[in-house]
Design a protein around this ligand. Structure first.
Ligand code: MG
Ligand code: MG
Ligand code: MG
Length: 309
């Protein structure tokens, strides 16, 4: 049976396109692999696949007995429940090292850049294979999505350089315009159930024994969700009640370059303090976190520090 290349739960554009791009590269290398995803594409990813003529990977929720390559994660919490029964073959990722391990030597490339697809572009270069134009366009979109059009603190010079190289391959002249097209597709939230919005890009983290779930929605304007906030807050209470210490939801305004923090928590004051906010402000409603755009680089480390103490 083919080995599976799989991104994280609640897949984003990077996870889905990294699986497709790695599958292309690994097949070029003669490996028997198939791209997979732990869910169907969110609207932004659907837009990218459609625009560049690609097909969504097959949905896989069980990996027992299979050879598996991970892309865009290495945390068991973001893997299928039976991950311990799979045989880990490799990892390509740009997050903190998770808790996966292997029983034999693996190919692991983990790099502190803004996007898994930046790494994969460099793997194509290093190994001497070319990228088809459509795939290059989609890989560029993954970089624009993960780096929030190069504005996120996770963005590196390497991401920008690779983005330009991919744009040249794909024949794209205006990278910024492509980025805005993406975030407009992502911002089409009207009529979406609050639960679907929260879980569209949601990750659970084990914080010193407490489960903290963090959802993030990046929008071109927070006005788009203004009249949905009461329903979102009610849903966050339910999400917390499903066994979590805290359910957080970051509404990131990509133009204002900051995030509004909504949450349901057993200890909201502790969470507020983790982000340098006065807990007294909680009574006034949601917290505005200026400059906070990255869950990986700004939110998770702050929470880890707060829960360690
Ligand atoms: Mg991701
Ligand atoms: Mg990523
Ligand atoms: Mg992201």
């Amino acid at each position: 049976m083919s080995a599976i290349i799989l991104g994280h739960k609640n897949p984003d554009s990077d996870s889905i396109i990294a699986a497709l791009a790695c599958a292309h590269l690994y097949r070029e290398r003669g490996l028997d692999v198939v791209a997979a995803a732990q869910g169907t594409p969110a609207p932004e990813t659907a837009y990218v696949l459609e625009r560049f003529g690609l097909t969504a990977p097959e949905v896989v929720t069980s990996v027992a007995g299979r050879d598996i390559y991970l892309v865009d994660f290495s945390d068991k919490a973001q893997a299928p429940a039976d991950i311990d029964e799979a045989n880990l073959m490799g990892i390509v990722d740009h997050h903190k090292l998770g808790d996966m391990t292997s029983s034999s030597p693996i190919e692991a490339i983990i790099w502190t850049v803004g996007c898994t697809n930046t790494i994969i572009k460099r793997m194509f270069d290093y190994m001497g294979y070319t990228i088809p134009a459509g795939l290059a366009g989609a890989m560029l979109c993954a970089i624009l999505s993960d780096t929030v059009i190069f504005k996120s603190p996770t963005c590196t010079e390497m991401d920008k350089k690779v983005a330009e190289e991919l744009a040249a391959i794909a024949g794209i002249e205006d990278i910024q315009a492509l980025g805005m097209d993406l975030f407009k597709a992502k911002s089409a939230v009207a009529g979406t159930a609050p639960r679907d919005l929260i879980f569209r890009d949601f990750k659970d983290f084990n914080m010193n024994g407490s489960t903290v779930g963090v959802g993030q929605l990046e929008l071109v304007s927070l006005e788009l969700v203004a009249d949905m906030k009461a329903d979102i807050q009610a849903e966050l209470e339910r999400v917390k009640a499903e066994g979590r210490h805290t359910a957080m939801f970051l509404l990131t305004d990509i133009m204002q370059e900051g995030s509004e923090l909504m949450m349901a928590s057993d200890d909201a004051a502790k969470i507020a303090q983790a982000f340098g906010q006065d807990p007294a402000k909680l009574a006034e409603g949601n917290l505005w976190l200026p400059g906070v755009m990255s869950r990986k680089k700004q939110v998770v480390p702050a929470l880890e520090a707060a829960f360690r103490g």
